[in-house]
Design a protein around this ligand. Sequence first.
Ligand SMILES: [Fe+2]
Ligand SMILES: [Fe+2]
Length: 536
Amino acid sequence: MNTGKVYLKQNVLMQPLFNQWYAWSNLISPVTAPMYIANLHLKVMQSFVSTPQVHMSAVKNPAMLGGPFMNYDASRVPDIKDLLDRTIKTQGHLIKFAEAVQSLDKMLSAEADGASLEPFYPRVPDILRGYVELVYDLNNHPSMRFIENLLYKSPYYCESSQSVALSLVTDDSRPFVFSTPWLAGEGWLQLNMPFKDERLDYLFKMRATPQPYEEVRELFQIGPEDEETFATFFTDEAPKTAERYTGDSVRIRYFGHACILFETKDVSILIDPVISYRYDNGIDRYTFSELPETIDYVLITHNHQDHAMFETLIQLRHKIKNLVVPRSNSGSLMDPSLRVLLQNIGFKNVREIDEMETIEVADGSILGLPFLGEHADLNIRTKMAHLVQLKGKSVLCAADSNNIEPRLYEHIHDAVGDVDTVFIGMECDGAPMSWLYGPLLTKPLVRKMDQSRRFDGSNCEKAIDLVTKLHARAVYVYAMGQEPWLTFLTSIKYTPESRPIVESDKLVEYCRSQNLPSERLFGCKELSFASQAAMA
Ligand SMILES: [Fe+2]
Ligand SMILES: [Fe+2]
């Protein structure tokens, strides 16, 4: 490797890991992480160690994609056994924490009958004492409220279990990450550091700004055994740089899934960042190098892995001026605070937005709009649709909002008037509740209930109702998890008969019959209000 200044290659992939598992919100929050370790990770690892063949045949079956099966062959049993033993040893206190949550919940539901909860405090399992408040709702249903900010200062927030793994990526074939922990392999380098470590900002800035190779190597204290792999991540070739939008209108770029960049010459707004790396794959896409040098606002719609995606967020941290997240029900097991989480992993300027709350920005505003459904009917508040208003035009990014109550959009229309463009997700099948939140349940849920409570977005009928009520002038289906570089997160592989495809085709057809520009987006797309007017 030459000793001059080098750039980080555009196809260096970074996986954030917690105990070697791909990190997402519920593995980072100290409220929820213990539940996933105890009720998911240990079980999957134990199962793989005892019957690897079951896992090997399940992952070959496309119908099982996304299930709790590990994507390794039997030769990795010793490695998983080792990880299992290490987890039990080093995370014993988190496993006990999860057990304590379970037993406290059991005690409260069996014994708290509407009388004062004060006598229960001395009976709270010791490791939870001082971290929970016991509360009723108005119908005398007892529950516990976690003092989240205190838990981030406790031994139950394990920054030492956070790390990142780096490698070069050359195609879209990443395996599904939520059932399989990451294990070291050729071409990979693991850096044991908390996500908040500022050296990560230094590294990812190097996609655009070169630094002396020796300085980087020293900064990360790369030993001789890792030097060969580390050196492959850098190049002295300058990347092509993104041109800042300088026009008088608004440029809207679809980066895949729910990720959309709005730019005027004075402001940039990026929603739900999930960015592909650059490699030659045949499908056109925008990548990190198409992002502006700084991003004024990053907005998150909700706390699902394909929308609040830490792999991308951490890589963009150095260029985000303001990070706007939905307000949560802070303190509840099912809805920990996304703001507090992001602040603890090194994001500055994180602020919450509430329903019908406006943030003024150059050239316009951002308005938080209610987002119903798609969360298995759980009382989860960390979800928000965003109405981006720029240069007198308005664009609704509804993400996975499910129009389960059409009256909502009548009220919204009364309050905000017509909306120019609607982006709407239509993953209208959705997984059952247990797929994502199963490890948080303290009591088993009967299958029939589980199947009826889903992560489903709007179907055609509901989407037509929404766009009609808002008098939309252009309608785009997005957030379908269709891009191949996302399959590792969503495990979605559609066929032409899949309901989300059939339903979204019908919506597009309907909108076109009404002379509205409409399409289901895939890969990348540039839109501007001028081009929409020409199509209409
Ligand atoms: Fe979602
Ligand atoms: Fe989604």
